[in-house]
Design a protein around this ligand. Structure first.
Ligand code: SAM
Ligand code: SF4
Length: 462
């Protein structure tokens, strides 16, 4: 592949986006855009700006209804679950919003590899199969060798019937050589949030190596060049005008699609949460209504991109977000290194959380809402990543693989980790979703594999 050389100018057109944030639209225009959105081919920036201008509930309801249709058509009832694993909160940066910033005098913690193993065993015992690995940026404490060792330790740790099968990684923007090391270590998605696409705000919010806006905005292209083709983007909502951020995310996604031939694998929608020693101006705080609206707009704008919500959000907001666009959620998270066995300490955690339920409780809730919890990691393990994945998704084929694999991985969870109550609710859930499968051949294969799981086999997928 030719060496790619991008700068921020090509990627985000700040003036155009700023203009679009003032867009308004009438009822008939909104209805037309929603119809277009339901065709699942994405939407233009102009259309998205119009949707973002919606304020009254008379138009919000149809927006949510359209987003729900698209979510159901592409992702079906599946909801993929994961947990973050914080390896180290040593950090060189002084990001205004984050409790790991240098101005926080609290002692820092970096997990030894034995401690990584211990944390992973706890996560495995809950039933998790997918982790999102998190580090502060620190060239001395968290060099790439340490990151790679942590990833290897996770993949090598197996206690009980199942293991962690996919490690996604969220580390600061880095060099192509370092991304190659991540690729060789077998990471799933590389996630990096721009935090804010608004450059003046970005500059105000950051101090340290991360203050380099260009380094941040071009990171995904270096990662791609290094061979990582499942890339996850996001912004931290609450730093600047959410309409500007959503339009920028969409422009960024469209740019990725154009130049890399593959858009983002996921978009995360973290909303700012209070944190120890953090005191930022809350002028741009995003209300619950606007938060749900932006999720629905993103769903229509980039229908084939997975969308991730975390335990920053309350159970109630998460439930509403699942319906209108979210396809992946974290559960039972801790945001401090070692948090899974030592409990929470506000001064060492990255930010406050609003969903403190166990994985078992989250799963029971999800089942009651009619969704199918999934721990599937098949695509990445059989090489269906990047544009291969996208082509299958756009042709409507991914559904045929995801639904069976969601059922099989959920069955594993029920057999090995669920409480009695969840097992009861979950088995009923499996039957309901099995019944809904129309292709009799596929159904036969799933039933066969479900039996094999009951007889003790594990890690089955189609
Ligand atoms: N240190 C790396 C970096 O900054 O890119 C890894 C990511 S950091 C551990 C994870 C993410 O948490 C950040 O990208 C940021 O969006 C989010 N975050 C930081 N402070 C937050 C806060 N107070 N509330 C919500 N999310 C926050
Ligand atoms: Fe460090 Fe990342 Fe927190 Fe910034 S957001 S202070 S880089 S951990």
């Amino acid at each position: 592949m030719p060496k790619m050389n991008f700068d921020k100018i090509n990627i985000i057109n700040e003036n155009k986006i700023q203009e679009l944030t003032a867009t308004e639209a009438c009822k008939s225009e909104i209805k037309e855009i929603l119809q277009k959105g339901e065709e699942m081919k994405g939407l233009s920036l102009n259309d998205c700006a119009k949707l973002l201008s919606i304020q009254d509930s008379e138009l919000l309801e149809p927006l949510f209804a359209s987003a729900k249709k698209v979510k159901e058509a592409i992702y079906g009832p599946r909801l993929v679950l994961f947990a973050p694993l914080y390896a180290s909160n040593f950090c060189f940066n002084d990001c205004e919003y984050c409790a790991f910033h240098t101005r926080n005098p609290a002692p820092r913690k970096k997990l030894t590899l034995d401690e990584v193993k211990e944390q992973v065993e706890i996560l495995e015992a809950m039933g998790h199969k997918r982790l999102l690995l998190e580090f502060g940026e620190h060239p001395v404490e968290n060099p790439i060798d340490y990151v790679v060792d942590v990833i290897k330790t996770i993949y090598d740790t197996k206690k009980g019937p199942c293991e962690i099968r996919r490690v996604n990684v969220n580390i600061a923007a880095t060099t192509m050589e370092n991304y190659q090391r991540l690729k060789e270590a077998g990471i799933g998605t590389y996630q990096l949030f721009q935090e804010t696409y608004h450059e003046p705000t970005y500059k105000k919010m950051h101090n340290g190596p991360k203050a380099d806006y260009e380094r941040q905005i071009t990171a995904m292209f270096r990662a791609f060049e290094a061979g990582i083709d499942d890339l996850g983007i996001g912004v931290l909502f609450g730093l600047y005008d959410y309409r500007f951020e959503v339009l920028s995310l969409i422009q960024y996604a469209q740019f990725m699609d154009k130049v890399l031939g593959v858009g983002p694998h996921t978009i995360s929608v973290p909303r700012f949460q209070p944190a120890h020693t953090v005191d930022i101006n809350l002028k741009y705080q995003v209300s619950d209504q606007n938060f749900l609206k932006l999720i629905a707009v993103l769903r229509l704008a980039v229908p084939y991109t997975g969308m991730i919500i975390s335990t920053r959000e309350t159970p109630e907001i998460r439930r509403q977000a699942f319906a209108i666009g979210i396809s992946q959620a974290s559960a039972a998270s801790k945001t401090e290194p070692g948090g899974y066995n030592k409990g929470e300490h506000a001064s060492e955690a990255q930010f406050n959380l609003n969903d403190h339920r166990s994985l078992d409780e989250v799963i029971q809730d999800i089942c009651r809402l009619g969704y199918l919890p999934s721990f599937c990691t098949t695509c990445y393990r059989v090489g269906r990543t990047g544009d291969v994945f996208m082509r299958l998704a756009k042709a409507g084929k991914i559904h045929e693989m995801c639904q069976p694999n969601a059922l099989l991985t959920f069955k594993e969870y029920l057999l090995d980790y669920a409480s009695d109550k969840t097992r009861q609710v979950g088995e009923k859930n499996i039957l309901n979703h099995l019944e809904a499968i129309e292709n009799s051949e596929t159904k036969k294969i799933i039933i066969n594999n479900l039996k094999k799981l009951e007889q003790g086999e594990r890690d089955l997928y189609v």
